[in-house]
Design a protein around this ligand. Structure first.
Ligand code: F6P
Length: 550
């Protein structure tokens, strides 16, 4: 594995890349009228079009060879089988079990964890159904109507993104809000205007130790206590955690404590009870559809041959661009305002998973790993960073996500939105040559000298790769499919790179240093072991904080 980059499969891809670098996507489309069909995947309500990528049939064949060389398929099978593939934490990786249908055993260390999964789902759905019947009462006897979910990272980004995405499917009158940041502004906004007597606070933390979540949770408890008395607070709390004893210590009753397990990674946890706010927003049936959508993709990823395995191909395509074209970043561009938080969610999913430089064996990796992922909804993004996508010096492969049907009574908006989505992928593919720019300027009546001056600025190289993913509608099932495609694509990349996509040691050091610096932020003298910049900044902050308000 350490020598993957010296394997025949890797070297064949290098050679293939050098050849393909001489070809323009324009030429590939002109040469093959069937290119769209040949490079598309029809997943029922989801369509994935790979055709505008820098690929040929041979590319897929060679990428499949690399996947086999790297042991991808064995590692995939090990994941589904519950082997401890998260080796540094000695844990299984079984988020797929969270969406596996009831009655299908998933055995881990001799125990059928699917029984636990479906038991917790029943517990969740009982709470959700009571809530929707206005029969979940707070300390004063008023029904709880609003939910404030407190978590961070994987205990926030997934449910927050899904709740945003599915807002058109929300139960009437249900308010679900999120606060994650330890900046008090976040909690202030989340609680603003809510009546504590009608509010359920959900504390979501796998470890139940995360400082941001507990700073917010303690403040929320004070907010509740001021309205319902300290003894009434418990009626307004729920918790989701792998440490139920800690939740009970925090004052959450056993029937409002929802377990998750160490085999569910934080950034893969929205399918677990961490998704409680999703179910509270869209109902138990909606949550089941989300799980079913993800399960459909799990089944394809688990069983389909590479040629028809969408997630495997998405992942290998990312390898193709990162390791053979050396592209440093990738963009995710949902043409759906309700998917505005998808890029932030995927940043954690992808960059916390694959931002690693040590192999499973503890050696430094000999190849590039996870790219920088960024994105914004279209069309807004067109008016910010698309300039760089079209004419910048780096090529940035981009995923465009389009939704065919809108639930909003704005057909004209939707037509403009979709036209822009397709137009951008076409422009990135096609580009504009100098001759074409000259011809356009001349047609506009610009004189020859001025046209020659302007033309170089109006050249678009094109040949910029995009994948277009089309959902029939943004609904729980299709969203579940979309997210599972990305999850497995991330897995594929990590597996080929030989890294552990399921730990996150890189977040530890900063956390430890923040703990050391906290006393200095509360007025104590900083300890001796800080660098000059940090000590200088401590004193600047102290001076500004003590000075008069501006
Ligand atoms: O940022 C590190 C991290 O451990 C993430 O992986 C995780 O999703 C997040 O913190 C929150 O952790 P917890 O759910 O334990 O509060």
């Amino acid at each position: 594995m350490e020598r993957l980059h010296q394997s025949p499969a890797w070297m064949a891809l290098e050679k293939h890349q050098a050849a393909l670098a001489q070809v323009h996507l324009r030429g590939l489309f002109r040469a093959d009228p069937q290119r769209f069909q040949a490079h598309s995947h029809d997943l029922g309500p989801v369509w994935v079009d790979f055709s505008k990528n820098l690929i040929t049939e041979e590319t897929w064949t060679l990428l499949e060879g690399l996947a086999a060389e790297a042991g991808l398929f064995a590692r995939r099978d090990a994941m589904f089988a519950g082997e401890p593939i998260n080796a540094t934490e000695r844990r299984a990786v079984l988020h797929t079990a969270l969406r596996s249908p009831s009655g299908r055993p998933v055995i881990l260390e001799g125990r059928d964890v699917s029984v636990d999964v479906h038991g917790v789902l029943q517990q969740m759905f009982a709470l959700v159904d009571t809530f929707h019947r206005d029969a979940l009462f707070g300390a004063t006897g008023a029904p709880l109507r609003a939910v404030v979910h407190l978590g961070i990272g994987g205990s926030d980004l997934g449910p927050a993104m899904v709740c945003d995405a599915l807002r058109a499917h929300a139960r009437p009158g249900v308010e679900v809000r999120f606060a994650s940041n330890v900046d008090g502004a976040d909690l202030d906004l989340a609680l603003r205007g809510l009546d504590p007597r009608e509010t359920l606070i959900v504390v979501a933390s796998k470890t139940f130790t995360t400082v941001e979540t507990f700073t917010n949770a303690r403040a929320a408890v004070e907010w509740l206590a001021a309205a319902v008395g300290r003894e009434g607070v418990g009626a307004h709390l729920a918790a989701i955690t792998a440490s139920p004893a800690a939740a009970h210590g925090f004052g959450v009753s056993a029937d409002r404590t929802f377990p998750i397990w160490d085999w569910v990674g934080g950034r893969y946890s929205l399918w677990s009870a961490i998704g409680l706010p999703i179910a509270l927003l869209v109902g138990s049936e909606g949550f089941r559809s989300l799980l079913d959508g993800a399960n459909a993709v799990d089944e394809e990823f688990r069983a389909a041959p590479f040629a028809r395995n969408t997630a495997a191909k998405m992942g290998m395509l990312s390898i193709w661009y990162r390791n053979f074209w050396k592209f440093p970043s990738k963009a995710v561009l949902p043409y759906a305002q309700n998917l505005r938080r998808l890029p932030a969610y995927l940043q954690q999913a992808d960059m916390e998973s694959n931002g690693k430089s040590t192999t499973l064996d503890g050696a430094p990796v000999a190849w590039s790993t996870g790219p920088v992922l960024f994105g914004e909804p279209g069309t807004n993004a067109q008016h910010s960073f698309f300039q760089l996508l079209h004419q910048g010096t780096d090529v940035i492969p981009a995923d465009f996500i389009a939704v065919a049907r809108t639930p909003y009574p704005t057909p004209r908006h939707h037509a403009v939105l979709l036209a822009n989505c397709l137009a951008q992928t076409e422009a990135l593919l096609w580009g504009r040559t100098r001759d074409e720019a000259m011809a356009e300027l001349t047609a506009q009546g610009v004189d020859a000298l001025e046209a020659a001056r302007l033309a170089p600025h109006k050249v678009f190289p094109g040949n910029r790769p995009t994948t277009t993913i089309v959902l029939d509608e943004l609904r729980p099932h299709t969203l579940g499919m979309l997210l599972a495609l990305y999850e497995h694509s991330i897995f594929v990349q990590g597996a080929v790179w030989g890294i552990n996509s399921f730990d996150q040691w890189g977040v530890e050091l900063g956390k430890a240093m923040a703990t050391r610096l906290l006393p200095a932020m509360e007025g104590a003298a900083p300890g001796p072991h800080h660098d000059a910049s940090t000590l200088g900044l401590v004193s600047v902050l102290e001076r500004f904080r003590k000075s008069e308000k501006g």
